[in-house]
Design a protein around this ligand. Sequence first.
Ligand code: FES
Ligand SMILES: [Fe+2]
Length: 356
Amino acid sequence: MSGTNVYSGVSDRMETAMSLPPAAFRDKAVFEAETDRIFRRQWMPVARVEQLAEAGDFLTLDLAGVPLILSRDEEGALHALSRVCRHRSMPVAEGEGNVKAFTCPYHLWRYGLDGRLLSAPAMERSEAFDQGKCGLPSFPVDVWEGFVFVNLDMEAAPLAAALEGLMPLVAEDGLADMRIVSSLTFPSPWNWKVLVENFIESYHHIGPHAESLQQSNPAFGTYVPELPEGTNFTALENPPVEGADPFSVYVGFPAFLLVVLRGETTSAVWYRLDIRDEASFDLTINILMKEPEASDAELVAGTAEVLRHIHIEDIAVCDGVQAGLSSPAAAAGPLSHLERGLWHFHRYLKRVTGNG
Ligand code: FES
Ligand SMILES: [Fe+2]
């Protein structure tokens, strides 16, 4: 099995839903098809606006193999620019910071924060050189509730269309008023879908989280709310025991992973995936809070410790699953009703890869 036909067997009914065939996680051809049809065509969350607060702020990232700069120009507009010089392909920026312009280190061509070529030394004798045509290519970028999304497809429909179903579910949570107060990073040697699937079911609270989340938000009480047919997101409610707090899990497919904690105050956790290849990605767990909690160093540190502990519990099973998937005896297995979100995810994959 190769390419995207690994999704052709995804069931139309939850009652007969199965996990994906192992090839969906381990085949290079599947990952290449996902890169082409998903990561380069869908809106991908890449940053928070507070990371690009001032004119001249920029950060760099690689999205689906495309080196990018995210920048804020003097007028306050955000840009997602190709990071590759239009002269001879040297990356024009690294890391993050605040600049007036991007100067390529090779022959010092200078680009504005909006990607326009500002100057290029000793090019006046070239008849092939047209300054107006040598800007850095620019991709669609948009913001929702403080999250910056980029789409590598120039023809992409607006972000609002992609998030339409998810928006009302978090409309009251004030996500736009939050900021990143702490970030935990984990190099993750797994296929990206191993983590997405771990994230969207709480059935496993009875396993790796038996002493943590199972005590506060027991697995068998968790449920997926009614969602419209053909949804491009899923949600999972985690009701608490007496004295604990509820939390909700949201995944905007393919990879916008969000937890909203609704206790006395509301906070959120954003799992940001930097997907590298079919067997690895870098995970950043970002904790988002509003004031005054955001300035409470003790609360922030305590929350980060809890999240680190929970993720370490998840690492054990994600490591195990990634290893298990490489066995020739590994095969798709039936899903519990508590894993409805996986079925939503699989149907989404089937749809966007052209299998249904
Ligand atoms: S490669 Fe950038 S200026 Fe030459
Ligand atoms: Fe977990």
